[in-house]
Design a protein around this ligand. Structure first.
Ligand SMILES: *Cc1c(COP(=O)(O)O)cnc(C)c1O
Length: 436
C-alpha cells in the first residue's frame, strides 16, 4: 500500500517546517490519514488527541461538518478571485462581521494569507501612515522581550526568540525590546498586576525618550505563545494603550494566536478594555482550515491613505488575499461561535478542566501551573536537554499530540473537546510526567 512508505517518501521529498531534519533519524514522522473532532488518525489504527489544535489553529475539530459544508457550498460558486479591483460576497460578509465583533471601531479589513504576512502588513501600514503624515522619522518598532510575531524578515525583526532569530540577525532591521510583563519574571511575592505595572513603567520611560522615532509598539495581548505561553495581567495592556496614545505611537495587537476565544473572551484586548490601532488575526480565523489572515484598522488610519495620489495608498498585496473558500470557512466558524454560544460554553469547559487538572497542578515535577481561557501551561523540573522530544514521543504513546516548548508543556485543545476527552488528556499527561 502507498501509505506504507509515506514516512520515507516524506523525508526524501518534503522539507518539514521548524525542524532539524536529521533528528528524524531517531524521531519518526507521524503520517496522518484523517481527522475527526479532536482526534487525528494514522494509517495503522492509532489515534492522537490534538491537544495543541495543530499549532494553535483548530477551533472546532477536524472535519467539522458545518465548516466542511460551507466550503463545499462555496466551491460550487467561486473558489477565488483577485481582490484588487474585484470583490465577492464572502469577503464583504466576513469584513462586516469582524468589524462588529472587534473591540472599538476597527472598520477596515486588509487581508493576506498567513500570520506573518498580517504582521508585515501592520508594520508597513504603521510606517506608511507616519510618512503620509510627514513624520517619516517615526520608523522604528518596539516589542516585548520574548515576543513572537512570525518568521518573515519584517516579522522576525520584531520577534525576540533567539532560537529563530540569531542566525538571521544580519538580515534584520533593529527593533527595541522592553521588559515582558510575563509574571514568571516577577520577584518572589510580587503579584502579576504589580509586576505588570513595574514593566509598563519601563515602557513609559522608553517611549517618553524615543517616541519621535517610533512608529508602533507591537504586543501579543495577554499570552506570549512561543515564549512558552507566558501569561500577563491585562493592566499592562490598559496602561500601554494609554501611554501609546499619549506619545503618538501606534499599538499593534497581534492576536494571531490569542484571538477567537483562546483567552476566554472573543479577543484578548477586551479584557483590558482597549482598542488597538491595528488588530492582526489569523490561525483560528478560518477555524484552522485554510490560510487566511487580516489586519483590522481604524478609520483615522484609513483616511490618511485615502488620496488622489496613488503612492499615498497602501500598494501592498498578497496574491491569495481574501480567498473566497477561506472566507467561507471563517464565516462558518463565526456562525458556530454565535449559534453554540461558544464563549460561555468554553467557560464551563475551562472550569471542568481546571478541576480535572488538580493533580497536575500539584504534581512534584510541575512549576508555574497556569491557565488563561482555553490555554494551559506549566514548566517541568528537568535538566534533560532532550526533554521536549522525549515528552512528545511519550505523549504519542498515550495517544496525545503535545509538543513542549523547551521544558514548558502546554495544551490548548479544540473547543469541541468533551469532559471525557479532557479527563483522558489529563490522565495521559500524568502518565507521561511519571515516565519522563
Ligand atoms: C503563529 C503566530 C504568528 C505567525 O503566523 P504564521 O501563520 O505562522 O505566519 C505571528 N504571531 C503570533 C503571536 C503567532 O502565534
Amino acid at each position: 500500500m502507498i501509505h506504507k512508505n509515506l514516512r520515507e517518501r516524506s523525508l526524501k521529498a518534503v522539507w518539514h517546517p521548524c525542524s532539524q531534519m536529521k533528528q528524524h533519524e531517531t524521531l519518526p514522522l507521524v503520517p496522518i490519514a484523517r481527522g475527526e473532532g479532536v482526534w487525528l488518525h494514522d494509517f495503522d489504527g492509532r489515534r492522537y488527541l490534538d491537544a495543541i489544535s495543530s499549532w494553535w489553529v483548530n477551533l472546532f475539530g477536524h472535519a467539522n461538518p458545518r465548516i466542511n459544508n460551507a466550503i463545499r457550498d462555496q466551491l460550487e460558486k467561486l473558489e477565488h478571485v483577485m481582490l484588487a479591483g474585484f470583490t465577492h460576497e464572502p469577503v464583504v460578509n466576513l469584513s462586516e462581521r469582524l468589524n462588529e465583533l472587534a473591540p472599538g471601531k476597527l472598520g477596515h479589513c486588509f487581508y493576506s494569507s498567513d500570520g506573518a504576512s498580517a504582521i508585515e502588513t501592520a508594520l508597513k501600514m504603521s510606517f506608511h501612515y507616519w510618512c503620509n503624515n510627514d513624520q517619516p522619522e517615526k520608523n522604528n518598532f518596539v516589542s516585548l522581550q520574548n515576543s513572537y510575531h512570525g518568521e518573515t524578515l519584517g516579522a522576525l525583526s520584531v520577534t525576540n526568540v533567539a532560537l529563530f532569530k540569531d542566525i538571521y540577525a544580519p538580515l534584520l532591521r533593529h527593533s527595541a525590546q522592553v521588559p515582558t510583563p510575563d509574571w514568571r519574571y516577577a520577584e518572589e511575592g510580587e503579584s502579576p498586576s504589580n509586576y505588570a505595572l513595574r514593566a509598563v513603567a519601563i515602557l513609559e520611560k522608553y517611549l517618553a525618550e524615543n517616541h519621535t522615532k517610533i512608529a508602533a509598539l507591537i504586543v501579543e495581548p495577554l499570552v506570549q505563545g512561543a515564549a512558552g505561553m507566558g501569561m500577563y495581567h491585562p493592566d499592562y495592556l490598559k496602561h500601554a494603550s494609554k501611554i501609546c496614545n499619549e506619545y503618538h505611537v501606534h499599538l499593534i495587537a497581534d492576536e494571531i494566536a490569542v484571538g477567537f476565544g483562546r483567552t476566554g473572551t472573543m479577543f484578548a484586548c477586551e479584557q483590558a478594555n482597549i482598542t488597538p490601532d491595528f488588530l492582526c488575526l489569523a490561525k483560528g480565523l478560518s477555524g484552522g482550515y485554510l490560510p487566511l489572515s487580516v489586519v483590522l484598522t481604524t478609520d483615522a488610519i484609513y483616511q490618511v491613505f485615502y488620496h488622489d495620489e496613488a503612492t499615498r495608498g497602501f500598494l501592498h498585496s498578497h496574491t491569495h488575499a481574501g480567498n473566497a473558500l477561506a472566507c467561507r470557512a471563517a464565516l462558518a466558524t463565526l456562525d458556530i461561535f454565535e449559534q453554540d454560544k461558544i464563549i460561555d460554553a468554553n467557560r464551563t469547559k475551562t472550569n471542568y478542566l481546571n478541576g480535572a487538572a488538580q493533580l497536575l497542578a500539584s504534581h512534584p515535577k510541575v512549576r508555574n501551573f497556569r491557565n488563561c481561557g482555553m490555554i494551559w501551561a506549566f514548566e517541568v523540573e528537568t535538566v534533560d536537554p532532550a526533554f521536549s522530544g522525549k515528552f512528545f514521543q511519550a505523549a504519542l504513546n498515550q495517544e496525545l499530540l503535545l509538543r513542549p516548548l523547551g521544558n514548558t508543556v502546554y495544551f490548548m485543545p479544540p473547543y469541541i473537546i468533551n469532559n471525557q476527552e479532557m479527563d483522558f488528556l489529563v490522565a495521559g499527561i500524568l502518565q507521561v510526567l511519571d515516565s519522563c
